[in-house]
Design a protein around this ligand. Structure first.
Ligand code: PMP
Length: 419
């Protein structure tokens, strides 16, 4: 394997090679990245999530204070005093753990309250909780879709959706391409027992949105079910923060909504919303729900966070002012931010080595971002990805813009060089 252009995926399953040879080769690849300052996974922060963080960079003994653009804590809720107080109160009343899986003694009043609250938030009748958003997607699809069925995926959906589709038939359509989706739906009409279209609301690498209304109409026309994962939309998109589904007022057209408490709501956990019989079926049939211990009483923080989405809309306004400030600044400086319409802002670069070097140089100037590459995006589509928070200041984001201009002089990644 050529380390220069390699990615983690190349080490997933090396034909004919035994396990310990593969892990040794992967270890050598990590060393190669580390020696070049390009291993940016698992960077340790010794300060809380926030617009700036103190990082312990590999090989350094002193911490570096960096502007942080890597957190999905979009509204800053993980540090909100009212939410922290709610968590502390919940833990002082109910302790630190729930002690069992839901089927056999681990279902508490706070789980029940959260199921009811998140369902009502999205105007759905029933909800089921999972330990993470990842499990919500993978477990639900795995439980509902089998060999006689077909899952139709937008190519850019999250990895958890792909995992959920491992035991059934899968067809993909090009990202947001309605003509191709229609073709797949039409061809599949009489061939499969159930056809389920799965899309994200906000796409996590490009930050762009799904045309939910149009996809719902097509899915309905050909008799399929529609699932929307709006992990990055909740709290961020729509006048009242109900996500991309609110933009299209498509609440009644989506069969199943999935999402996470781990991003704008500042906690951890996943949920699935839908028609009561379907959610009940999951509650008694979905193994990852049935046989896994329920979330901790820190759920009281999520209950508060959901209230604050309505009670303190100023965080959403501040977030959008920041998104526009950073996005417009990058565009004016000639960077390609694609079609983002959310708090996820990519700066598209293209090749992997240049993207890794951009990440390293930014980090050196005190700007912490995520270089993203294959398999999260296609091979020639590597980029720096940033997540904006409501708690960033314009001064901090101004420093980010300056850092990008500085590295552009070295790497020549903006349109000023290639147009
Ligand atoms: N869906 C999407 C679109 C995501 O970006 C993520 C988070 N990486 C998830 C699901 C998984 O959520 P969680 O982090 O709660 O497991």
């Amino acid at each position: 394997i050529n380390f220069q252009n390699a990615s983690f995926k190349d080490f997933e399953n090396i034909p004919g090679q035994d396990l310990y040879t593969t892990v040794k080769e992967f270890h050598d690849y990590l060393e190669f990245l580390r020696n070049n300052g390009h291993l940016n996974y698992r960077i340790e922060s010794i300060s809380p999530v926030g617009p700036e963080m103190d990082l312990l960079l590999p090989g350094e003994s002193e911490t570096t204070r960096s502007v942080c653009l890597v957190s999905n804590d979009y509204l800053g809720y993980s540090q909100h005093p009212k939410i922290k107080a709610a968590v502390i109160d919940g833990i002082s009343r109910f302790g630190t753990g729930s002690g069992a899986s839901p089927a056999i003694g681990g279902h508490f009043i706070y789980h029940q309250m959260l199921e009811e609250k998140i369902a009502a938030f999205y105007r759905k009748k029933e909800a089921i909780l999972y330990t993470t958003g990842y499990t919500a997607n993978s477990a639900t699809l795995q439980c509902l879709m089998h060999k006689e069925d077909l899952i139709i995926l937008d190519m850019a959906v999250h990895a958890s959706v792909y995992e959920g589709a491992l035991n059934t038939n899968v067809k993909t359509f090009l990202h947001n391409n309605l003509e191709m989706l229609e073709q797949v739906l039409k061809n599949a009409q009489d061939k499969y027992r159930n056809r389920m279209v799965v899309i994200d609301g906000v796409y996590s690498q490009d930050g762009d949105l799904a045309p939910i209304d149009a996809i719902a109409d097509l899915t309905n026309k050909y008799g399929g079910y529609l699932v929307v994962d709006d992990a990055h939309g909740i709290g961020v998109i729509g006048k009242t923060g109900r996500g991309v589904i609110e933009l299209d007022n498509a609440f009644d057209k989506v069969d199943i909504i999935t999402g996470t408490f781990s991003k704008a709501l500042g906690n951890i956990g996943g949920y699935v919303l839908g028609e009561p019989n379907l959610i009940e079926y999951l509650k008694y049939q979905s193994k990852q729900h049935l046989f896994s211990t329920t979330a901790t009483p820190a759920i009281f923080g999520i209950l508060k966070a959901i209230d604050l989405v309505d009670e303190e809309p100023e965080w959403r306004s501040k977030l959008w002012a920041n998104i526009n400030y950073l996005k417009n600044g990058l565009i004016s400086a000639g960077f390609d931010v694609g079609t983002t319409a959310s708090a996820v802002i990519p700066v598209k670069i293209g090749d992997i080595p240049k993207t890794l070097e951009a990440g390293r140089l930014l980090l050196k100037t005190g700007v912490y971002t995520n270089p993203i590459m294959y398999p999260a995006v296609s091979k020639k589509n590597a980029r720096i990805r940033m997540n904006v928070m409501a708690t960033h200041t314009f001064e901090q984001l101004g420093r980010v813009l300056e850092a990008f201009k500085q590295i552009d002089g070295i790497l020549k990644i903006s349109n000023n060089y290639n147009s």
